[in-house]
Design a protein around this ligand. Structure first.
Ligand SMILES: Cc1ncc(COP(=O)(O)O)c(C=O)c1O
Ligand SMILES: [Zn+2]
Length: 433
C-alpha cells in the first residue's frame, strides 16, 4: 500500500516498517501517537488552512470546513509510473479492489472486505450509457469504499469507538468494517430505514439506535454525545477519509473507460461524499498525468423530489442549500435534508457545467422497473433516480444518445425489497393451498 514514501526509501521496505510500527502501537493502547504515513497534510476545503494527519482530525479549527487529504504526487507522475504503481498494488492481496490505487491512498495496512473494482456495464439499450454497479461491494453499497478507509485510519490511529449518523447504508458498512477491525460501532439512523440496514448493523454487533427523525436528527445526537461517550464522529464530511475512500470511484471509472473521461456522471446525491470524492480524483488524475487529456465530465447530482435541497439551491443560483422540510422518499439514501458539503457540491456542479435534478418517486419507480424488466438489473431506488434522470436529459436534448455517460447504481436493489415492494404496492400473496 502506499501513498508515497518520499526520499530514496524503497516502498516495500517503508511499508513493512510502518506496518511493524502500527502493529506495535496497536498493542499498546495508551500510545495514541503513531508514525503517520506519507500524507503531506490535510487541507481545509474552504480556507486552505493545513494541519498534520499524525493525529485524528475532524473539521478545520478555523472555519469548520472539511479537510482534504493531500500528498506529494510528483514521483508518481506519468503513465509509466501509473501502470507500475497499479500493477504493484494489484498484487498485494487476492482481491485488491479499490486498493489497486494504493499509491494515492494513505500508506497503512487496510481493513478490507473486498471493496471496489466494481463492474462497469454497458446498457443493452443505450449505446452511450455505462452502469457502474456499486451494489457488488461488501454490504451491498458504495458506502463500503469510504468506510473501509475511515475504519482503516481509525485502527491506524488506535481509535476504539466510532459513531455515525446514517441514512442506512453507511451504518451497515461501518458495522461490518468495525467488526472486521475489532472497533466499537455506535449507529444512529431513522427508524424507517430499509430493514436490511437494521438487520446487518445488528448482525455485525453494532450498538444501534433507531431515531424518530431524519439523518440530521441522528447527526445532532452523535455530536451531542460523542465527547462524553468517547466516540470518534465519522459523520459525512466531518472527517477526511470517507471522501478519500470514495474518490476511488473516480479513478476506477476513468481506468475502466480506457483512462478517458466520460461526458457525464450521474450521481444519486445525499450528503455528496462520492461526488466530492470523484471531483478530487479528477484533479489528482490531471496532476498525475494519468488521464488522457480531455474535458472533465459534467457532474449530474440526482435527488428525489421528496428531498431535493441541492436541486433547489442549484436552480436558485445559491451558494448553500436550505434545510428541506418534511423530507420523504423511498430512495432512503437521498433523504439528507441539509448536506454538510452543500457549498462544495454546488461549486463542483457549476465548474463541471453540470446540473442538479429532482425526480419524483413515481418516476424513480418506473425507471427501476424498466431496468429490472429490460436490462435484467435490479437497481436500488437511488440508482433508479440516476437512470430516470438520464432518460430526462436525453428527452430534453441536454445529452445525445452517443454521449458517454456513467450512471451510478450506488446500492444493490436487493437491500430494498421492503421499501420497493411498498412503493410497488406489492404484498406477499397467501399460498394457494
Ligand atoms: C444507495 C445510496 N445511494 C446514494 C446515497 C447518497 O450518498 P452520498 O451521501 O455520498 O451523497 C446513499 C447514502 O446513504 C446511499 O445509501
Ligand atoms: Zn478552514
Amino acid at each position: 500500500m502506499g501513498a508515497f514514501s518520499g526520499g530514496n526509501a524503497r516502498r516495500g521496505d517503508t511499508t513493512d516498517f510502518l506496518w511493524f510500527l502500527e502493529t506495535y502501537f496497536v498493542f499498546v493502547p495508551s500510545v495514541i501517537f503513531v508514525l503517520m504515513p506519507i500524507i503531506k497534510k490535510l487541507e481545509c476545503s474552504r480556507c486552505k488552512e493545513t494541519v498534520s494527519a499524525e493525529t485524528p482530525q475532524t473539521l478545520c479549527p478555523k472555519c469548520k470546513g472539511s479537510f482534504y487529504v493531500r500528498y506529494d504526487l510528483q514521483q508518481l507522475r506519468g503513465v509509466a509510473a501509473r501502470d507500475a504503481a497499479i500493477a504493484r498494488d494489484s498484487k498485494k492481496t487476492a482481491w485488491p479492489g479499490m486498493w489497486r490505487y494504493g499509491a494515492v491512498l494513505p500508506e497503512v495496512k487496510p481493513v478490507t472486505l473486498g471493496e471496489g473494482w466494481t463492474p462497469m456495464m454497458r446498457s443493452k439499450r443505450h449505446p452511450g450509457a455505462f452502469l457502474k454497479e456499486e451494489g457488488t461491494n461488501p454490504t451491498g453499497s458504495f458506502k463500503a469504499r469510504g468506510l473501509a478507509l475511515a475504519v482503516t485510519m481509525a485502527r491506524h490511529y488506535g481509535l476504539k469507538k466510532l459513531a455515525v449518523p446514517s441514512a442506512g447504508n453507511a451504518a451497515g458498512a461501518l458495522a461490518a468494517y468495525a467488526a472486521a477491525a475489532d472497533i466499537e460501532a455506535n449507529i444512529f439512523m431513522p427508524k424507517d430505514v430499509p430493514f436490511a440496514n437494521y438487520v446487518e448493523a445488528i448482525a455485525h454487533g453494532a450498538n444501534v439506535t433507531l431515531v424518530d427523525g431524519l439523518i440530521s436528527d441522528c447527526g445532532r445526537i452523535v455530536a451531542e454525545r460523542s465527547k462524553s461517550e468517547g466516540w470518534f464522529d465519522i459523520s459525512t464530511l466531518k472527517e477526511p477519509f470517507r471522501v478519500e475512500g470514495k474518490k476511488t470511484m473516480g479513478y476506477e471509472l476513468v481506468e475502466q473507460l480506457g483512462w478517458e473521461y466520460p461526458d457525464a456522471v450521474f450521481y444519486p446525491t445525499g450528503g455528496g461524499v462520492g461526488l466530492i470524492g470523484m471531483w478530487k480524483a479528477f484533479a489528482e488524475l490531471e496532476e498525475l498525468g494519468w488521464v488522457n487529456p480531455g474535458k472533465r465530465p459534467r457532474m449530474i447530482a440526482v435527488q428525489s423530489a421528496g428531498c431535493a435541497p441541492m436541486a433547489k439551491a442549484f436552480d436558485a443560483g445559491a451558494d448553500v442549500s436550505e434545510m428541506w422540510p418534511h423530507a420523504a422518499t423511498f430512495a432512503s439514501g437521498l433523504r439528507v435534508p441539509k448536506p454538510y458539503g452543500d457549498s462544495i457540491m454546488l461549486e463542483i456542479l457549476r465548474e463541471s457545467e453540470g446540473v442538479a435534478l429532482a425526480i419524483p418517486d413515481a418516476e424513480i419507480l418506473v425507471s427501476l422497473l424498466d431496468w429490472a424488466k429490460n436490462e435484467g438489473i435490479f437497481l436500488s431506488p437511488e440508482g433508479a433516480a440516476a437512470t430516470a434522470a438520464y432518460d430526462r436529459l436525453l428527452a430534453s436534448g441536454y445529452l445525445k444518445p452517443s454521449d458517454r455517460v456513467v450512471l451510478f447504481n450506488t446500492g444493490a436493489g436487493l437491500k430494498y425489497t421492503d421499501v420497493t415492494a411498498e412503493a410497488m404496492g406489492l404484498k406477499r400473496p397467501t399460498a394457494a393451498a
